[in-house]
Design a protein around this ligand. Structure first.
Ligand SMILES: Cc1cc2nc3c(=O)[nH]c(=O)nc-3n(C[C@H](O)[C@H](O)[C@H](O)COP(=O)(O)OP(=O)(O)OC[C@H]3O[C@@H](n4cnc5c(N)ncnc54)[C@H](O)[C@@H]3O)c2cc1C
Length: 444
């Protein structure tokens, strides 16, 4: 039997929580769903050492007290069509019909492969942060953090708070660019305060610009990091290496729904208008899915989208100026943390690009685009479904995995991202009335 709600919010990060709260204040029936067991998303992820401190906890408790809100935790939306979604929860599937939808699906980390990146002990910067918050033991270990963007500082501060010895933070952007970025922060006092607090928590940890990872070395696990620095190549002994090059919006569900994507930059994002409406009627999007903007933009956009989805456009529009201000901060990030060509050249022909299917960069050389590479090598066809290697190949080879999804329309979803968006049990899908794909449609 298909369940029904007025407003469905997918994602319980800062954007989704704000959307659910705003929609619920208008008395409509709201469902909030997230694949994680706890609400909070990436930035407010539960930290085992500070279970009470999460801002998500208070927001979530207030939400749960509302009779018109239902929470579905540890529940993945694996397929979506206008008006209906398919959710997998504890190995069972359920269908849910909605009147309006808010996509608050967030972002994931951009990982750029280099020799040794698959060694045990090497993770993404945000990946390290998530692991450590969930209790992964790091105390006393030497950790080097590298890549690009403000997330490096946040990951380093979390690792240090859990007892790691952070031996250095290596940012690929030039030091002068970091200074220029810091000089612009006065317009966003919260960000300035956050940056100052992070630097204080990282007192004594070297923060180097124009410095990037060329390779990781070790036998069985990472032992040394090889870095390019303004003073030439250096090797640093480590127990753990965490490398992240910023974030990539999660647009798969939006593409499957036929929502138009903005493809003006390397990684597509969901296109929204000033009311956060997507190109499909009744579907709104908020937060990182609409472009990397940080937690403040996510919260404001979530609130706007929640009001709009509940039909309260005036309440949504009252927040426009705040949104513009928060998004102006987002515009600084690509300007000051633009990736230099060398970080894209660290991978050699022997470097594994697709970890799920064990595909090396050299195997991809003869293919001109993502689809050809995928069909010939199985690159991107493993359990991550190209979320990691697809984004990396966009950077390394200019392949655009999202290009195949752009022509998607509600009327012809088979031309876009195909369901399920995550690997799903056959048993979960059996016997459901979810709209089937057109078997005659050409494959992607
Ligand atoms: C690994 C990582 C660590 C980060 N750490 C920090 C930090 O320390 N400080 C900081 O300021 N910013 C951090 N960020 C940036 C942060 O993501 C944003 O600033 C903010 O959390 C964005 O909020 P959001 O609600 O748009 O997305 P998110 O917080 O990413 O929330 C999206 C939610 O959607 C859920 N979701 C996605 N798809 C589905 C689906 N199909 N079915 C069900 N649920 C789904 C996810 O589980 C997630 O909970 C981090 C980002 C990443 C990727």
């Amino acid at each position: 039997m298909t369940e029904v709600c007025d407003v469905l919010v997918i994602g319980a990060g800062p954007a989704g929580l704000a959307a659910a709260r705003a929609a619920a204040t208008h008395g409509v029936d709201v469902v909030l769903v997230d694949m994680q067991a706890r609400a909070g998303g990436q930035v407010w992820r539960q930290d085992v050492r500070r279970p009470e401190a999460s801002p998500a906890r208070k927001k979530f408790q207030a939400l749960q007290a509302r009779a018109n809100l239902r929470w579905l935790g540890q529940a993945q939306v694996v397929a979506a069509s206008p008006g209906q979604v398919l959710i997998e929860e504890a190995g069972l599937a359920r269908e849910l019909s909605y009147r309006a939808l808010v996509l608050a699906t967030g972002a994931r980390e951009l990982l750029l492969p280099f020799p040794g990146w698959t060694l045990p002990g090497v993770t993404g910067a945000g990946g390290l942060q998530a692991l450590v918050k969930q209790g992964w033991p790091i105390a006393g270990q030497r950790v080097l953090i590298a890549g690009s963007g403000p997330l490096l500082l946040a990951a380093a501060a979390t690792a240090r708070a859990h007892g790691a010895k952070v031996v250095g933070i290596h940012e690929q952007a030039p030091a002068a660019e970091l200074t220029r970025f810091a000089a612009r922060l006065w317009r966003w006092p919260d960000k300035l305060a956050q940056a100052a607090a992070l630097r204080a928590r990282l007192a004594g940890v070297p923060y180097r610009g124009a410095s990037w990872v060329c390779a990781a070395h070790g036998d069985g696990r990472v032992r040394e990091v090889e870095l390019e620095t303004p003073r030439g190549r250096r090797r640093i002994a480590v127990d753990h290496l965490a490398v992240g090059y910023g974030l990539v919006p999660n647009t798969e569900l939006a593409a499957q729904l036929g929502c138009a994507l903005d493809t003006g930059s390397a990684h597509a994002r969901v296109r929204v208008d000033d009311d956060l409406a997507t190109s499909v009627a009744g579907i709104y999007a908020a937060g990182e899915a609409c472009g990397i903007g940080g937690v403040d933009a996510a919260r404001i956009e979530g609130e706007m989208a929640g009001h709009a989805a509940a039909g309260a456009l005036d309440a949504a529009r009252a927040l426009r100026a705040r949104r513009e201000h928060a998004r102006a901060f987002a515009d600084l990030l690509p300007r000051h943390f633009a990736l230099r060509a060398q970080v894209r050249q660290a991978a050699t022909a022997q470097t594994v690009i697709c970890r799920c299917e064990d595909v090396r960069l050299g195997q991809l050389d003869e293919h001109a685009d993502w689809r050809a590479a995928k069909l010939a090598t199985r690159c991107g066809m493993g359990s991550c479904q190209g979320r990691i290697c697809g984004a990396a190949l966009t950077e390394l080879r200019g392949f655009a995995p999202s290009a195949a999804t752009i022509a998607s329309t509600p009327a012809a979803p088979a031309h876009g991202a195909r369901p399920p968006v995550f690997p799903t049990r056959l048993a979960s899908l059996a016997g459901l009335s979810y709209p089937a794909q057109d078997a005659t449609a050409p494959p992607r």
